[in-house]
Write a protein that binds this ligand. Sequence first.
Ligand SMILES: Cc1cc2nc3c(=O)[nH]c(=O)nc-3n(C[C@H](O)[C@H](O)[C@H](O)COP(=O)(O)OP(=O)(O)OC[C@H]3O[C@@H](n4cnc5c(N)ncnc54)[C@H](O)[C@@H]3O)c2cc1C
Length: 207
Amino acid sequence: MPQVTIEAVEPVGDRTAALELRTPDGFDAEPGQFLLVRATVDGVEETGYYTISSPDTDGTMEVTVEYVPEGTLAPWLADRESGDTVEIEGPFGDVRYTGEGAAVVLAEGPGIGPAVGIAERARESGHDATVVFWGQDPPHRDRLDALEADGATVLLVESLDEATETLAAAEDATVYVFGFESFVRDAKTVAEAVGVVDVRAESFGSR
Ligand SMILES: Cc1cc2nc3c(=O)[nH]c(=O)nc-3n(C[C@H](O)[C@H](O)[C@H](O)COP(=O)(O)OP(=O)(O)OC[C@H]3O[C@@H](n4cnc5c(N)ncnc54)[C@H](O)[C@@H]3O)c2cc1C
């Protein structure tokens, strides 16, 4: 599987970094799909899944990595430099946005990555975009501000119940959910309670 060059690593929030990767020839993916990233950390081969957080993969593509100091692969990735390489496989996952129709994305933690990627793709394609982030201090604040300036809706919520009106009003939109297991479960419950039948959710596993 291809070794890809890391073009840039940028802190984008609390314990969160965005890695810009050079897209291998012939590789194509959509925001919401994920890559398997493999690297040798302290002599041990480690793997993790990271979700595409750029609106497309033309030339370069981005993943957004949240790390804890006691983690293995994620802090190592956040510590890379331009010109380093990692091995990838993929893309994986059926949850993806291809630029068709309005999108509402519910996200927590590093789930904000695919949320901004999808919202940017939606706006570029002339569609409405809404990002609901659980928490008050989202990573990718600059891109969220730019999305708002471009007409997208960005809601920072303490509780997902605050998103019910937005979900109920977004009848023609596709609803996406990205985050860790308990958030995905809660977000699906809230969306289904207001009548959303088709929730496209990708769980990042348990924390
Ligand atoms: C389909 C899928 C898509 C994913 N997409 C992303 C993504 O886009 N961005 C992303 O950052 N992660 C994503 N993940 C999670 C990612 O694959 C790793 O599980 C995560 O980065 C942990 O890596 P680690 O090896 O550093 O930590 P580990 O060595 O696996 O964990 C060490 C300890 O730290 C805890 N821990 C690790 N990370 C966190 C955290 N962020 N918050 C709280 N506790 C933590 C673990 O539970 C464990 O106790 C995704 C997972 C899946 C299954």
